[in-house]
Design a protein around this ligand. Structure first.
Ligand code: TXA
Ligand code: MG
Length: 303
């Protein structure tokens, strides 16, 4: 795998139908041109991802969102106010050349990462799921990324590491009644200010998921993830992520939920690297970000 810091070089790879790893403000992504179907299909192969799970298409400007999707007038200013940022909009597809797994809708996002915005402006729309093997935790550290994808991808566009640590909020805007499909750093309470009638999808217990990715086991390390309930049974085989030091093999201490989000996935990956059997997670603080952590950790537990 080649490594570059040049958005221009990375954009050339994309236009040649190659795959490129790149950072965003949330987690690392693995991208291909959204106009080159064979390149998009290659992402499924590399990630071993179920083929009915569509990708987010990353673009550099709100004009491109309006070009590639049908956006109702009453949504336009709201979208403008929220980008760039850790939020993805599911919209009716307008540009038929975009690869979208045959769906009539498309998920679009403008990442808040200057280097990546430069790359996207040159590359055109880039389809990119999180850069992790399917079912595994998303990746937030360059060192973990290089281990997971060594020899599997053509190029890595190196830039500032993700600083949020969990994937973007996904909002369905295909109808006049918006729905929150996946919680993220743009919280439900913040969204309510923009979309007063937004519904929360029941993303915890879901039979027929609206966001196809929600039906798969997700974000899971090989070790067993557990809620910390005040007791650690086998400390020498355990990792602990929470607010105070415990006598475990691996300790990841955080001061608040934002730091918790930032460290969650790298903690899971480190637990596996150390061959631990258990990853204990302390319950998050009860603030606006608690929802997001419950969502990701319960998925990792398999709840
Ligand atoms: O933060 C993020 O969103 C990261 C970075 C790389 O941008 N990307 C990411 O992609 O998390 P991925 O593929 O791991 O998750 C995309 C989610 C999945 O749950 C997928 O099912 C949903 O978005 N999605 C994509 N297209 C959709 C569509 N047309 N309708 C409903 N859900 C869609
Ligand atoms: Mg993912």
């Amino acid at each position: 795998m080649q490594i570059t810091q040049s958005p221009k070089v990375a954009a050339e790879y994309i236009q040649q139908g190659k795959l490129v790893l790149f950072p965003t403000e949330t987690v690392y992504g693995i991208g291909a041109s959204a106009f080159i179907e064979s390149a998009c299909l290659q992402i499924y192969k590399v990630k071993n991802r179920p083929q009915d799970n569509p990708f987010i298409i990353h673009v550099s400007s709100v004009e491109e969102i309006f070009l590639y999707a049908k956006v109702e007038e009453y949504y336009k200013d709201l979208i403008k106010a929220l980008v760039p940022g850790p939020i993805t909009f599911v919209l009716p597809k307008r540009e038929t050349r975009l690869f979208s797994t045959g769906l009539p809708t498309v998920a679009l996002r403008i990442p808040d990462h200057p280097l990546v915005l430069e790359f996207l402006a040159l590359a055109g729309p880039v389809s990119a799921p999180s850069a992790n093997l399917s079912g595994r935790p998303s990746i937030t550290l360059k060192s973990d990324l290089l281990v997971e994808f060594q020899g599997k991808v053509d190029l890595f566009l190196e830039g500032n590491e993700p600083n949020i640590g969990i994937e973007s909020t996904v909002v369905d805007l295909t109808s006049p009644e918006p729905t929150l499909l996946r919680p993220g750093k743009v919280t439900y309470s913040r969204l309510l200010k923009y979309f007063p009638n937004i519904k929360k999808n029941n993303y915890k217990k879901i039979d027929k998921p609206l966001s196809p990715g929600l039906k798969y086991r997700h974000y899971s390390p090989n070790c067993k993830v557990l809620w910390y309930e005040g007791e650690i049974l086998q400390p020498e085989l355990s990792g602990f992520l929470g607010f105070s030091l415990k006598k475990t093999k691996l300790n990841a201490i955080v001061v608040d939920n934002l730091e918790y989000m930032r460290k969650l996935y790298s903690f899971f990956i480190e637990c596996d690297r150390l061959n631990l059997s258990f990853a204990y997670c302390e319950k998050p603080l009860e603030d606006e970000f608690a929802d997001i952590l419950y969502n990701r950790i319960e998925k990792a537990i398999g709840m």
